[in-house]
Ligand binder design. Structure first.
Ligand code: AHR
Length: 499
């Protein structure tokens, strides 16, 4: 039996701005993310501008990528930035010990990353090295990037072809220092953080947000210690949470060809983000009741077994309508917590984990996750609106999750967007929303939906448009009541345009 889920949208009740940085990305020197996925080099036959793929830049600009994190990840804590500047033929080679043991030629370094951000018109988020780097090294990187006067680092930058300093707004002091970034205890890292961040200077009016390495998933003690010992020295702290269908890192589950239990368990696990943010925020509230320190979820997304036949260290996986649902429901959670969550970065942009783009030589496809970023870009910097909706229940094997989750916002022009995720793999989602704070007939409604013909529907290089957004019109508005019928396993956005 299909139950109609009732709710109310208070269109005149704002709940604060949805920071566009929630739609941020993460690109690491891992597998084919940077090399091949983004950087092909100036001499490549793949169309590029200064070595960076034109097709990828165009696609990312279309979804209004606001911020990009680099160079890692685990790679960040073994990266020595001076190896990645100067003439490419002189750049030191290194072993990428975390990711496949491949040789990194350092052809993509600081200048190339800043060029990428310029082409994307997005803000850079640079992650410094605490695990194997020195305070001096981190301090000099900031000087090299942002100091405009006369100094050893600004002169070195000029020698390498860039006279003007760059603007860098986000700087991470280490990554996963509880694990790949040095296996530290929180007390030890808190002290190191205090020391390293001291030398992350603000030069020439450039204001850097200093970002501390936060907890892994539900390590509430890490959050407690960091906020207590170092909260006043940071602008933000991170959280990492990946969604695995199975709780087994040796056999996480497949990206395609999975069964309905894996569909359900993946969505259930993705929904855990709400609990994690809630509980970490409670600890942050204790030490920072004014909400000055932001929570940055700078690694999130699905993590499956790699595609058969690919390098296990490259983390290459397909992306289906299930990933689209994970993205949609995660954004709905981020919007709910938009007061504390100031940024999030999906892992990772191209060819790695829950990528929005996959490439194969000169070919490029957009994944279902990409389309959700596209459909949700209307929420960037919009005012989150009060939306109370019965979620219904979707049951499998004695477990229960919401059938539908939703979010709403009002953009600068006054248009309202409501996004729904119907998590049910077989059932439609029937929703009836009372529209409060709007006069009936004041708006023109249009819709877009993304769904698949099966629960692992995905795009391939042969069928790149198998899963793509379509016009949606299964709704009716009358006397201030909006009735919507959502297709099974779908992400839908309605636009209520002011007339
Ligand atoms: O995104 C892949 C890896 O996951 C990152 O390098 C690391 O920070 C995390 O464990």
């Amino acid at each position: 039996m299909i139950v109609t889920l009732k709710g109310i949208l208070n269109a005149d009740q704002g709940r604060g701005k949805i920071n566009r940085h929630i739609y941020g990305h993460f690109s690491e020197h891992l597998g084919r993310c940077i090399y091949e996925g983004i950087w092909v080099g100036e001499d490549s036959s793949i169309p590029n501008t200064n070595g960076i793929r034109n097709d990828v830049v165009k696609a990312l600009k279309n979804i209004k990528i606001p911020v990009l994190r680099w160079p890692g990840g685990c790679f960040a804590d073994e990266y020595h930035w001076k190896d990645g500047i100067g003439p490419k033929e002189n750049r030191k080679r290194m072993i990428n010990t975390h990711w496949g043991g491949v040789v990194e030629n350092n052809h993509f370094g600081t200048h190339e990353f800043m060029e990428l951000c310029a082409q994307l018109e997005c803000e850079p988020y640079i992650n410094g090295n605490v695990g194997s780097g020195t305070v001096q090294e981190m301090s000099e990187w900031v000087e090299y990037l942002t100091f405009g006067g006369v100094s050893p680092m600004s002169e070195l930058r000029a020698q390498n072809g860039r006279k003007e300093p760059w603007s860098v707004t986000y700087f991470g002091v280490g990554n996963e220092n509880w694990g790949c970034g040095g296996n530290m205890r929180p007390e030890y890292y808190a002290d190191l953080y205090r020391r390293y961040q001291t030398y992350v200077r603000n030069y020439d009016g450039n204001k850097i947000h200093r970002i501390a390495c936060g907890p892994n998933v539900d390590d509430y003690n890490w959050m407690e210690v960091l906020m207590r010992e170092a909260g006043r020295f940071m602008d933000a702290i991170t959280l990492h949470y990946y969604t695995l269908p199975n709780d087994n890192w040796q056999d996480k589950g497949a990206a395609t060809g999975f069964d309905e239990n894996a569909w359900f368990s993946t969505l259930k696990k993705a929904l855990r983000m709400d609990e994690l943010i809630t509980r970490h925020s409670t600890i942050m509230d204790k030490y920072d009741p004014e909400g000055r320190v932001g929570l940055i979820v700078d690694e999130w997304g699905t993590w499956y077994n790699v595609e058969p036949g690919t390098n296990p260290g490259f983390l290459y996986q397909q992306n289906t309508i299930r990933d689209a649902l994970v993205a949609g429901l995660t954004f709905n959670i981020f919007h709910k917590h938009s007061g504390r969550v100031r940024m999030a970065n999906i892992a990772q942009t191209v060819n790695v984990l829950q990528a929005v783009i996959l490439t194969e030589g000169e070919k490029m496809i957009l994944t279902p996750t990409y389309h959700v970023f596209d459909m949700y870009k209307v929420h960037q910097d919009a005012e989150s609106l009060d939306l109370a909706l019965e979620t219904g229940s979707y049951r499998m094997g004695g477990e229960e999750i919401p059938a539908v989750t939703a979010t709403a916002s009002r953009d600068a022009a006054g248009n309202i967007h409501i996004s729904f995720c119907n998590l049910q793999h077989q059932a439609e989602g029937k929703v009836e929303l009372a529209l409060r704070g709007l006069v009936s007939g004041d708006v023109a409604i249009t819709g877009t939906t993304l769904t698949g013909d099966k629960w692992d529907a995905h795009n391939t290089f042969d069928q790149p448009e198998n899963v793509k957004p379509r016009t949606f019109d299964d709704f009716a508005e009358e006397d201030g009541k909006l009735a919507v019928t959502l297709p099974p396993m779908s992400v839908t956005t309605l636009k209520l345009a002011v007339k």
